[in-house]
Design a protein. Structure first.
Length: 228
């Protein structure tokens, strides 16, 4: 078993070819898939031939970043997964954070615990400079996890390829506020975090605004940004 990190209650390890059934069970719960597919399960063939092989290929040779199975220490049970990997090859120090856990462990702090541990390791050991996470507007639980992990809202935008035409309206990035919380999570001093936030704000100010239509909005609104 190749362990990436451990927390008080979790072990995050690399996936193996024997994890097919774990992923099939996870994606078979309509509530788990509610905001992703409208509740439809992921076909087992897709998991076996596409999703799991992609997870197995995700591990970065140098940093080891990728998608990790979340195992409960006490019971040894598979709880779901966390993704922590570069956004693209151009920006290897900007990583995306994602997570999907079994409904049975929702509301118990596992998502926040895993997310904070990944952010801490990324910033203190792996040279990560920015963490990005996205979720759907109505997925309030996921948004709370991001906030507890120290991420702040940067922009809202519309996606056209999601289930039943839903609107994804939140993108969050580490560095836009929450200096004290981030210092507690990462162990970095607030001055360093504040400097990173200011650099992010300067970068965002140079980007053209994106006009989006939010659910229930009568007129398009400019991209929403959090100011530090």
């Amino acid at each position: 078993m190749q362990v990436f990190l451990e927390t008080e209650r979790l072990v995050l390890r690399r996936f193996t070819a024997s994890d097919v059934e774990h992923l099939v069970e996870l994606d078979s719960d309509p509530e788990v898939m509610r905001f992703l597919t409208g509740g439809r399960p992921t076909p087992s063939e897709d998991i076996q031939h596409d999703i799991l092989p992609a997870f197995l290929r995700s591990y970065e040779p140098s940093s080891g970043l990728g998608v990790f199975a979340a195992i409960e220490k006490e019971s040894g049970e598979f709880l779901g997964w966390f993704g922590f990997r570069p956004k693209d090859a151009v920006n290897p120090k900007e990583v995306t954070l994602g997570y999907r856990l079994r409904r049975a462990v929702w509301g118990q702090g596992y998502a926040t615990e895993g997310a904070r541990a990944l952010i801490r390791k990324g910033f203190t050991e792996l040279g990560v400079r920015r963490v990005v996470a996205t979720t759907y507007q109505d997925n309030l639980a996921s948004r709370r996890v991001m906030e507890k992990a120290g991420l702040s809202l940067v922009r809202s935008y519309r996606m056209n390829n999601n289930a039943e035409g839903r609107v994804a309206v939140e993108s969050t990035r580490l560095g836009a506020g929450g200096d004290r919380l981030l210092a507690q999570i990462t162990g970095l001093d607030e001055k360093t975090i504040r400097r990173g936030r200011q650099e992010l704000a300067a970068e965002l100010s140079e980007r053209p605004q994106q006009r989006v239509r939010l659910p229930g909005a009568g007129r398009p609104r400019a991209e929403k940004k959090t100011r530090g």
